[in-house]
Design a protein around this ligand. Structure first.
Ligand SMILES: Nc1nc2c(c(=O)[nH]1)N[C@H]1C(S)=C(S)[C@@H](COP(=O)(O)OP(=O)(O)OC[C@H]3O[C@@H](n4cnc5c(=O)[nH]c(N)nc54)[C@H](O)[C@@H]3O)O[C@H]1N2
Ligand SMILES: Nc1nc2c(c(=O)[nH]1)N[C@H]1C(S)=C(S)[C@@H](COP(=O)(O)OP(=O)(O)OC[C@H]3O[C@@H](n4cnc5c(=O)[nH]c(N)nc54)[C@H](O)[C@@H]3O)O[C@H]1N2
Ligand SMILES: [Mo]
Length: 759
């Protein structure tokens, strides 16, 4: 299988490579923030909008899910948050005239970067079966088409309702209610590709699939381990918390196959000292081989067990289960195997151990570097074992910190966007609305693609996101989606999913975070939950991108009325008029949201309960925190092959490409690059600047190819390679997923590099 790079672009993909940076943020970041703001919004609109980001009376930054400090700065955002805002608040528009001028075949030849640059979508659009371009359609007709297709399905399970993580709590709650009233639990979401492994591992071991630390805990920790995460690009405001922790005496260990500038040194733009010198963040950098983390933590656990007085015996006795079996498994950990799995030296691991033992309060933070491997769930369970051993959970300055991606991905799950809902959740929903939700599990992302491919699913509806752009195995996935009867996308901006469609397709334009939302009862706000379980309000303040736009809750409410008709006793019209009525229902269905409307009025919002954090209570199957004892796994790479991770550049938000530079890694003007260690490159005979095709090899003998990548000699761990997603999604086999969580293993793809014939 071959994927060709789109040939249309006004901007050539011609990467230039300089030296990687050793510090993040500082003055250059401010310059970039102002530049993107001005280009997309004009100076006044940029200033007006950016000053409202993450303020208590403003909107939640659509950039990431990192929480805000209680004492807000005037400018409580980062360069990449500003880019996310500029991307949404842009003055550019995609109008019906645009669609008239660009047949779908034309759009299908454009890159994601080009599509995104065209601006905000202004009208509902319909691609009729057999038509070559989208035409404007009335909202009424659009909902009638959805109703027509959904009600003619053989079973409600032939429909799939996808959610990306920017959707508000209110919209998410309505969408899952609608899906279940309609009769399906097919509610896949971006989380399935993201932190599902964290949720699976944490629910089993501590009883709740969410992080257990607050910002306050970060500031109080003695040791923070940041594993598999690049906060300088993806969660820049986290650097402020790390800087504070350091100032209070904390040590930081970074575990990563790449040295990431943001973790080396942070130049805080909010303080004068920060701007000049910056703070060194990482005390110990463990340049681990991709997928070596479980082995690393397993050996550390053995060494802790072997050290007198290192285990918090009282905690283990009172609060945990499964210690004996775990201790036996950890006892078998072996130095040689660990060094092979991790690529680390013995003295590096010994230094890490000394720092671990010297710390009374330890936090482990992680993101996609731990979640997107075949053995991600056992890896994260091993991190939990590590924290449990020294009682590092449920007390100040310690705990688990999976750092979420999309700004409301955690809230969407809390609202019931989940293909495997608990019986308790469904019971509460059924009781509140007098419905009978289906009890059998629905499709997650990978299963949805398989169902579309096999003709088991026929209607695909997406609340945001870019399904075909973000999912693995691009060619398989695109062919699968094309088999659908109808695809519907509720979107702010154009992307690949609008041009790879079912027989019929709808684009439903919607308000974003920055847009003012006025309904029959007056101005509305929505709510979101951040990575640390804080719920707060978000209010847009810009005039909507066009008069035709509907809000996400309005779209779901109208779709529900069109599809369910008189059969539904749910007050969809009321919900659309006044979102407070949705929150009243959430308050009665979702634990932790009691008195929602009263408590959300408090500036800054409120914290959801978290039993392990608040009471050292572990609501697991055993009633205790569970130690686990999985066998150690790590990827075995055949001779002459490399292990490829697919990651983000500094100039993108998932599939939204802001620009072609990856400033901190020294790469400019192009995205088709593959970073490999100079020694590996030499062994493979690949000079820096040469061009290769990336060919992935899957265990069934199939191969997938992404052509034309510039080789960049880069100080990554030996045997490893890194290239950007989504260009490399074509290489990730649909069946290559994490055990238990079924998350695509997009951080461990076995590839061979072939000299490109083309360039
Ligand atoms: N500006 C911006 N912000 C974003 C996003 C964005 O695209 N742009 N995306 C948002 C979303 S949805 C998410 S989920 C987060 C993602 O945030 P991250 O998880 O930071 O994103 P990635 O670029 O996937 O980076 C993964 C990191 O893990 C490392 N890594 C890879 N494999 C391994 C491994 O086996 N072990 C270890 N220890 N490390 C490994 C990589 O070198 C890299 O530093 O960011 C969110 N914020
Ligand atoms: N190979 C590889 N694949 C990956 C990953 C990886 O690291 N490597 N990471 C995975 C991860 S962590 C994630 S989270 C997924 C991301 O998957 P998605 O969430 O599906 O993708 P995004 O690119 O974030 O979606 C961008 C689109 O969302 C729409 N949008 C933006 N704001 C709004 C809004 O307010 N409302 C609505 N309705 N629409 C809006 C716009 O139309 C925009 O084009 O990708 C996954 N895929
Ligand atoms: Mo994500």
């Amino acid at each position: 299988m071959v994927s060709r790079p789109p040939a249309d672009d006004p901007v050539q993909d011609a990467p230039q490579v300089g030296a990687p940076k050793h510090s993040a943020v500082g003055l250059p970041a401010i310059g970039h923030t102002l530049k993107v703001g001005r280009e997309q919004m004009g100076l006044r609109r940029a200033a007006r909008t950016l000053l409202k980001v993450n303020q208590k009376d403003g909107f939640d930054c659509p950039g990431c899910a990192w929480p805000e400090e209680d004492k807000r700065h005037v400018a409580e955002f980062c360069e990449n948050g500003a880019k996310a805002v500029a991307e949404e608040a842009t003055l550019r528009r995609v109008t019906p005239e645009f669609f008239a001028a660009h047949p779908v075949a034309d759009l299908a030849g454009r890159s994601g970067y080009w599509l995104g640059q065209q601006g905000r979508i202004t009208h509902p659009m319909l691609l009729e079966e057999g038509a070559d371009r989208y035409d404007p359609v009335t909202w009424e007709r659009a909902f009638a088409i959805i109703a027509e297709e959904l009600t003619s399905l053989g079973s409600p399970d032939e429909a799939v309702f996808y959610t990306s993580g920017r959707t508000s709590n209110e919209a998410a709650f309505l969408l899952q209610l609608f899906a279940r009233e309609f009769g399906t639990n097919n509610l896949p979401d971006c989380s399935n590709m993201c932190h599902e492994s964290s949720g699976s591992a944490l629910t089993e071991t501590i009883g709740i699939g969410k992080g257990s630390v607050s910002l306050e805990d970060m500031h109080r920790a003695d040791l923070i381990i940041v594993a598999g995460q690049n906060p300088g690009t993806n969660h820049p405001r986290m650097l402020v918390a790390l800087e504070k922790a350091k100032a209070a005496g904390a040590k930081i260990i970074s575990v990563n196959p790449l040295p990431e500038a943001g973790l080396e040194r942070f130049k805080n733009p909010q303080t004068p000292q920060g701007m000049l010198r910056g703070a060194a963040l990482t005390d110990l950098f463990l340049k681990i081989r991709i997928g070596g983390d479980q082995a690393l933590f397993r050996l550390l656990n053995k060494l802790i067990l072997r050290t007198d007085g290192a285990v918090d015996e009282e905690f283990v006795r009172e609060h945990t289960h499964g210690f004996e079996e775990f201790a036996a498994a950890a006892g078998a950990a072996d130095w040689d195997e660990t060094l092979a799995a991790t690529g680390l030296r013995r003295d590096e691991i010994e230094r890490a151990l000394a720092m671990v033992l010297a710390s009374e309060r330890t936090i482990v933070c992680w993101a996609m570097g731990l979640t997107q491997h075949k053995h991600s769930v056992p890896t994260i369970r091993e991190v939990v074992n590590f924290l449990l051993l020294r009682g590092n959970i449920g007390r100040p300055g310690a705990g688990v910190c999976p750092v979420r991606g999309h700004s409301n991905v955690q809230g969407d799950r809390t609202m019931g966007i989940f293909e495997r809902p608990s019986a308790a959740f469904l019971d509460a929903l059924d009781k509140e609305f007098g419905i009978s939700s289906p009890r059998h599990h629905g499709f997650d992302v990978v299963r949805s693609i398989q169902a579309l491919r096999d003709g088991e699913a026929k209607v695909f509806f997406a609340m945001g996101g870019n399904f075909v752009g973000a999912t693995p195995d691009t060619e398989v996935t695109e062919a699968a989606v094309r088999r659908a009867r109808l695809t519907v996308h509720v979107s702010t901006k154009l992307n690949r999913s609008h041009v790879v469609t079912g027989a019929r397709a709808l684009i439903l334009p919607t308000l974003g975070r920055t847009d003012k939302d006025v309904q029959a009862s007056g101005k509305q706000f929505v709510t979101v939950e951040d990575s640390m379980g804080l719920v707060h309000a978000s209010r847009g303040n810009l005039p909507p991108a066009g008069p035709e736009l509907l809000s996400e809750p309005a779209i779901v409410a109208r779709m529900a009325r069109a599809v369910l008709g008189g059969a539904s006793a749910t007050p969809w019209e009321e919900f659309e008029k006044d979102y407070a009525t949705i929150r009243d229902r959430i308050a009665r269905v979702v634990p932790g949201f009691e008195d929602f409307n009263t408590r959300i009025a408090h500036p800054g919002g409120f914290a959801l309960p978290h039993a392990p954090r608040d009471e050292r209570r572990f609501p697991t199957s055993t009633g205790k925190a569970n130690f686990t004892a999985a066998p150690v796994e790590y990827p075995k790479v055949p001779e002459g092959r490399l292990l490829l991770q697919t990651l983000r550049s500094h100039d993108q938000y998932n599939t939204t490409i802001y620009g072609l530079d990856d400033r901190y890694r020294g790469i400019k003007g192009g995205r088709r690059v593959v970073m490999i260690h100079p020694d590996d490159a030499r062994a493979l005979g690949l000079a820096d600047g040469s061009y290769v095709d990336l060919v992935s090899e899957w265990r069934d003998g199939s191969e997938r190819r992404a052509p034309g990548f510039r080789v960049v000699h880069y100080p990554t761990a030996r045997g490893c390679a890194a290239a950007y997603y989504p260009e490399t999604n074509v290489l990730v086999p649909l069946e290559s997923t994490a055990d238990v969580s079924n998350t695509p293993a997009s951080k461990s793809v076995i590839v061979r590099l072939e000299q490109s014939p083309t360039v």
